[in-house]
Design a protein around this ligand. Structure first.
Ligand SMILES: Cc1ncc(COP(=O)(O)O)c(C=O)c1O
Length: 329
């Protein structure tokens, strides 16, 4: 089997990100709840995508690429962080965003502008059409003598997932130093790559760790994540192969992707008021709401050591914050 460290990787994130206990949420739930602060990865406003981009942009540079294209929703954190990482590397960046949801120039769109990324909107909800438009832009760029490369939505391919398998190693070193053995890890499933990397990392380095993904949109994450785990394992030339039914997932998307939900909004307030930490309405708020619902359902044995991944998303809060306030409980 190949080591993850054998793959080209750029050092873009400030690592290790902090990992600490949440004393008040622990008291509230009867568990030992810890948080992994990947909202503090250090570029843009922080967030999970930097770990994937360390691998994806290293591959892009190896191929001699000078323009990076990626896609996402109008408030994509991934797109914003891709633009931030490209600036660090001196690469041009074109963001091909879906003209859906909040597309006024707030939140991540403001950051995309500050970062100097070229933003092009496409009026479709179908990523097949978005990728076709990205390919057209690539053709034009090639004719102009550029070497473009495309990163798919969320950076969710096997290579990007390796960033989160490596994060599990980082977590194990931190918890070992704290004399804590984790029983559970909770993460968001948005395009699936983060969960896939964590599941792979757990299978490789911490078989006792049960990973549960909270789905923040109504996709078939069991299939998506299993495919990504197997793709990443194949890159490592590992015999590891999982099935969709091997994964643990819990739905907490409310009315759908990027629509703030009462449960998510309440969870954002709980985290802010109990621990002074800020979550967002699209990803981490709903993920924390899912965790709290699982606590109520008795999913965790009392006293379990549970790690919650804070994957970032602050930009989205400042675009959708009005809806969080309006939906005030
Ligand atoms: C803040 C934040 N958290 C979680 C996720 C979900 O990660 P993934 O797309 O790897 O499932 C995203 C994805 O865009 C995100 O921006």
């Amino acid at each position: 089997m190949k080591e993850i460290t054998a793959f080209p990787r750029l050092r873009l994130a400030q690592l290790p990100t902090p990992l600490h206990r949440l004393p008040n949420i622990s008291a509230m739930t009867g568990l030992n709840v810890y948080i992994k602060r990947d909202d503090m990865t250090g570029l843009g406003l922080g967030g999970n995508k930097v770990r994937k981009l360390e691998f994806l942009l290293a591959a892009a540079l190896e191929q001699g690429c000078d323009v990076v294209l990626t896609t996402g929703g109008a408030q994509s954190n991934h797109a914003m962080l891709t633009a931030a990482c490209c600036n660090r590397l001196g690469l041009s960046c074109i963001l091909v965003l879906k003209k859906r949801g909040v597309w006024t120039r707030q939140g991540n769109q403001l950051l995309d502008d500050l970062l100097g990324a070229e933003v092009r909107f496409v009026d479709t909800d179908d990523y097949g059409q978005v990728y076709a438009q990205m390919e057209e832009i690539c053709q034009e760029l090639r004719q102009q003598g550029h070497k473009p490369c495309c990163i798919p939505v969320g950076g969710s391919v096997g290579l990007g997932a390796l960033g989160y398998a490596l994060c599990v190693e980082e977590i194990l070193a931190q918890t070992a130093a704290m004399h804590v053995q984790l029983d559970h890890m909770i993460c968001c499933a948005g395009s699936g790559g983060t969960m896939a990397g964590i599941v792979l990392g757990a299978l490789l380095y911490a078989p006792q760790l049960k990973v549960t993904g909270i789905a923040i949109e109504p996709d078939d994450f069991a299939s998506i994540v299993a495919r990504l785990v197997n793709e990443a394992a194949a890159l490592l030339e590992s015999p590891l192969h999982i099935q969709p039914q091997d994964l643990h997932l819990y739905d907490c998307y409310g009315e759908g992707y990027a629509i703030p939900s009462p449960e998510g909004n309440a969870a954002i307030r709980t985290m802010a008021r109990k621990e002074g930490l800020i979550l967002d309405p699209v990803y981490t708020g709903k993920t924390f709401a899912g965790f709290l619902e699982l606590c109520e359902k008795g999913y965790f044995a009392p006293g379990s050591n549970v790690l919650f991944l804070h994957s970032g998303g602050a930009g989205g809060l400042f675009a959708l914050g009005e809806q969080v306030l309006r939906g005030r409980l």
